[in-house]
Every structure is written in structure tokens, then in C-alpha cells.
Design a protein around this ligand. Structure first.
Ligand SMILES: [Fe+2]
Ligand SMILES: [Fe+2]
Ligand SMILES: [Fe+2]
Length: 347
């Protein structure tokens, strides 16, 4: 019964997205959301390892925003600045070409539900859901283009979104019971609707969030009751007494720049984050990465194609040049370049 209601809510929310937006415009919206949602979450994450997990991920979606914005100019002749507004810059992040990692290096260390801060659980569920939705969206619409470069770019970035889902899903406590998971999912929905209610300027949309919040409070009661009845556990002992933060979409430009500058050179090895330069030449990262990129990579080709069409790549750098020297434009209008192994190690 609860699931039926959740399915209705999902339609009501998703149908708010304007029907006259193109697939690519919505895609750029998804990546902008990924950047600013993950940035807010990272800034409000109490656990240092988990904060690192979010900082690592945000640079990758930030780069996707740049790649898709170039595809947008190439195919539709428009600039993505009207979509991102004053909130988010568009410039290379950790280049997508370097994001292709061996699956064994995408699994993180889980938190324990009992010992973790409730905010950490809400953060993980929120970002994981956004990544899941993004992955599903690219899987569904990536084949709706006729241009090979667009089909390739969606296929490539769609694979990275699977990495992101695994990356965020694996920080959750794997020993939590089904009912515990249900309880926290409902709490998470309450928190999100409550947060959006606080900041939504359109009264009709705000009313929708308020109505859905009322649904979720009831779902939370049902989950709590189920836990008492089936597991003979006390849900009050698991739930936080209060939630201190309201999630807000806001500008994170300087924060993103600082993370980019200091962490572009990181990759992951098992569940750790390490500079690429610390890996031995025969590491599985290089073997996997070079095999995936053999024969050309759409995320690089789209930039070359747009540069050929418009004489430059598309960027929206409102706060100055890209903080990473290798990602700035050189005198010839091309990105200065990465070292043969990784950017941030200046060419
Ligand atoms: Fe992304
Ligand atoms: Fe992502
Ligand atoms: Fe719910």
C-alpha cells in the first residue's frame, strides 16, 4: 500500500519537469543537481571518510556537466548558461576519460547504522538516490539520439553513473535489516520534503511538497509500527531526536574550485583515495583505464568536435580560469592537456 502511494508521488514530482525541455537540457539539469546536491552534502557530512567520498564524486559529475554542455552547443546551438544560472560554473573537472576504474576499486567502507550520525545516513540515501535516478535516465534515453557522438557520450557517462551508484551504495550499513532500511528511507523522504518546503518559492509546488510531507510522516509511523511488531525493536532508539539541517540548493562555486584544485589528481584503490602518481605502472587502474579508452573516447571527442565547429570549447568560468593548470586553455585555444597518465600533473 505504501509503495502504491510512493509511485504516485514519484509521478507527481517528476511530471513537474517542463515538457518543453529537451532531453539534453534535462541532462544538464541532472548534472547540475549532482554537483550542488553533493557539494551541500559534503559540506554537512560529519564523518571525514564519508566527506572524502562525496568530494571525490562531485568532481566527476562536475566534469560531466562540461561534456554535456559542449554536446548541447554542438547539437542544439545553445549555451547552457540559461540552465545553470548564477549557481554553477561549467569547466572541466576530473576528466571523464580518467574516471574509468576497475570495478574492484569502486567499493567503499560502510558506516555502521548504530554508530553513525543520523545526518550521515540521510546524506548517503539522498545522494545514492540521485545517482540511481541519473543512471536510469541515461540508460533509458541515451539511445534516443541519432548522432553517434551523443549515443557514445551517454553510454560512456552512463557507465560512470553505475560507478557512482556502487560508490555511494556501498557506504551504507549492509547489516541493517529490511525494516531498518524502510524506516530510514521514510525518514529521509520526510527530511527532503521538509527541506524543499522551506525554500520553494512557487506556492503551488510548495503545497505539493507539504502534502507529500504529510504522506511521509504517516509512512514513517507505519514503518515504526512494523519494527515494533515484527522485530520487537524500539524505533525511537534508532531515530534522531531532531534534524539540525535543512538541505538547500545554493551556490558552491568556490568550494568546488578548491576541491578541484586539491583533489583532481586522486583516484581510488580498493576503498582508499590516492594520487594517481602513487600507483605502480602495472596497477590495474592503468590496465583497465587504457583498455576502456582504446580507440577513442566520446567525452574527449565531443570537445574536439565542438572546438572544430565553434572555434573553442564551451565554458562558463565566472570566477576566473580553471584552478588546475592542465585544464586551462592554452594559447592555441585547446585545453593545455593532461600528462599522458593523468591531469593535474601538468603537461
Ligand atoms: Fe554525472
Ligand atoms: Fe554521478
Ligand atoms: Fe514514503
Amino acid at each position: 500500500m505504501v509503495r502504491r502511494v510512493e509511485a504516485q508521488q514519484q509521478k507527481a514530482n517528476n511530471w513537474l519537469i517542463p515538457g518543453d525541455e529537451t532531453t539534453l537540457e534535462l541532462t544538464i539539469g541532472y548534472e547540475q543537481v549532482a554537483v550542488d546536491l553533493t557539494a551541500w552534502i559534503a559540506r554537512h557530512e560529519p564523518d571525514p571518510y564519508l566527506r572524502q567520498v562525496y568530494e571525490f564524486g562531485v568532481l566527476e559529475d562536475f566534469d560531466h556537466l562540461y561534456r554535456y554542455s559542449n554536446l548541447y552547443e554542438l547539437l542544439e546551438g545553445k549555451h547552457a548558461n540559461w540552465i545553470v544560472g548564477d549557481l554553477t560554473e561549467i569547466t572541466p573537472g576530473r576528466p571523464t576519460i580518467f574516471e574509468h576504474r576497475h570495478p574492484a576499486d569502486e567499493i567503499r567502507r560502510p558506516m555502521t547504522a548504530v554508530a553513525s550520525d543520523p545526518q550521515s545516513i540521510l546524506n548517503a540515501l539522498t545522494v545514492m538516490s540521485a545517482e540511481q535516478q541519473t543512471m536510469n535516465y541515461y540508460m533509458t534515453i541515451g539511445n534516443r539520439f541519432i548522432e553517434p557522438i551523443a549515443r557514445g557520450l551517454y553510454a560512456e557517462i552512463g557507465m560512470i553513473e553505475e560507478q557512482h551508484v556502487s560508490h555511494y551504495e556501498s557506504i551504507l550499513d549492509p547489516s541493517a535489516t529490511w525494516i531498518e532500511n524502510l524506516l530510514f528511507h521514510e525518514l529521509n523522504e520526510c527530511w527532503i520534503y521538509y527541506s524543499f518546503m522551506q525554500t520553494e518559492p512557487d506556492p503551488r509546488v510548495k503545497q505539493l511538497y507539504e502534502t507529500h510531507l504529510a504522506f511521509e510522516i504517516e509512512h514513517l509511523h507505519i514503518a515504526a509500527e512494523l519494527m515494533r511488531e515484527v522485530e520487537r525493536r524500539d524505533p525511537e532508539a534508532l531515530l534522531p531526536k531532531s534534524l539540525d539541517h535543512v538541505m538547500t540548493f545554493e551556490e558552491n562555486k568556490h568550494w568546488v574550485r578548491q576541491v578541484l584544485d586539491s583533489q583532481v589528481q586522486l583516484t581510488s584503490r580498493d576503498s582508499d583515495f590516492v594520487p594517481v602518481s602513487s600507483l605502480p605502472q602495472d596497477d590495474r587502474y592503468f590496465a583497465y583505464n587504457s583498455q576502456v579508452n582504446a580507440g577513442g573516447t566520446p567525452s574527449e571527442e565531443v570537445i574536439d568536435m565542438n572546438r572544430q565547429a565553434n572555434g573553442r570549447d564551451y565554458r562558463l568560468e565566472t570566477e576566473g580560469d580553471n584552478p588546475v593548470e592542465g585544464l586551462r586553455l592554452g594559447g592555441d585555444g585547446r585545453t593545455r592537456g593532461y600528462s599522458d597518465r593523468h591531469p593535474g600533473l601538468h603537461a
